[in-house]
Design a protein around this ligand. Sequence first.
Ligand code: ATP
Ligand code: MN
Length: 457
Amino acid sequence: MKITRINSLLQETPVGKKVVVAGWLRTRRDSSNFSFLEVNDGSCLSNLQIIADDGLDNYESKIKKLTTGCSIKVEGELKESPAKGQSVEILAERIDIVGWADPDLYPLQKKRHSFEFLREISHLRPRTNALGGVARVRSRLSYAVHEYFKKKDFFQIHTPVITTSDCEGAGEMFRVVTEPELAGTSEENKSFFGRNAGLTVSGQLQAEVYAQALGSVYTFGPTFRAENSNTSRHLAEFWMLEPEMAFCDLNCNMDLAEEMLKYLLSDVLEHCQEDMELFNRFIEKGLVNKLQHVIDNEFVRISYTEAVEQLQKSSQKFEFPVSWGVDLQSEHERYLTETVYKLPLIVTDYPASIKPFYMRVNDDGTTVAAMDILVAGIGEIVGGSQREERYDVLLGRMQQSGIDEEEYQWYLDLRRYGTTPHSGFGLGFERLVQFVTGMHNIREVIPFPRTPGFAPC
Ligand code: ATP
Ligand code: MN
């Protein structure tokens, strides 16, 4: 008989039917002549209760020796459950023990473990309620991303992981070299690609190429930054969602980002209710209301200049002083969105001097058409801009920034042949998962986090 996933059993509840479920034991409780087994198969937060009575031929020899973490397969009849808090249970007719888990060694015991401890066992932590829930919510969000963009007639572009262009600044790039290159024994000391290569810090420039052909595209994949920042919001490897749209100015860009974020939040509230309720109770009190508040209200839009004025007239003490021209720090971003506006905030028109060369220069000549979206608890979740579509202006900005125009001829060509006003943004996918689940540390929302000094498996 085929295995049925617990999630679908609980939704369809085919009471009276014979079913097979398979999963990992959470607990075993013994009564006089039978045992209750709580099984979780990862399909949802809920466990399924199994009644195993002493009529089963392996009851004494095996079932009564089951401990947390063992994998089992259960065949039996689905029954209405008299117990509180669960609708159905299985009266087992046969239980196979698939894999034992030595109780003296298995690190996940019934008590609650700290997230720091769980990070040290990243191969076992998805078996906990919280980390399992994060994985399900993350998967749902990813699915919703593709669904949203499909509905909007966008095409997904698989941009390269190995890149030879560095659009954010050389300091944060991981170099890609071969073993012989490293050892200096490669033929004529040639590098593999004939030029410097690194792990991508953003797929934007390549996404622009396809936006200038397919109109509306997005890239969604792993991104790497060798930044030595040990914060609760930075990883060395993270996933970034980057839409890019031709014939779209900054307002169009902001409208899309806001609509998309609201779509993703609504989707998760609708489809991940059980996991979201867990986060709401145990991770961040009021989480669901927070997200609903974001969905129900328009984001506030202010310029960088207004943001700086707000910060300067506030009585709040900041670690980093604020003046026009400095980049906003997380403490500033959070103060603005959490304390001043109490809503997601889109800050636009940053000084050109603190933003990359590809952002479109405004008429004032000193600011660029950038937009960052800031949310409570995190700060920047989205960074985007209208791109410079004017060949001469872009060339000037590249020269100013010391960028080799030969290497970026292809990028300049996009402005020479059928240029368009176009724009896009990057959403840090883990920051979104953090915001949605309320998890405090970004290391808990990616299955295998990589940070300075940390990459266990
Ligand atoms: P921050 O100032 O927070 O370091 P950034 O300005 O470097 O962010 P961008 O280069 O604009 O960020 O990248 C776009 C988005 O990618 C950010 O808005 C953020 O959500 C996410 N992001 C950037 N760096 C990281 C990182 N190291 N780990 C996880 N997400 C990141
Ligand atoms: Mn950064």
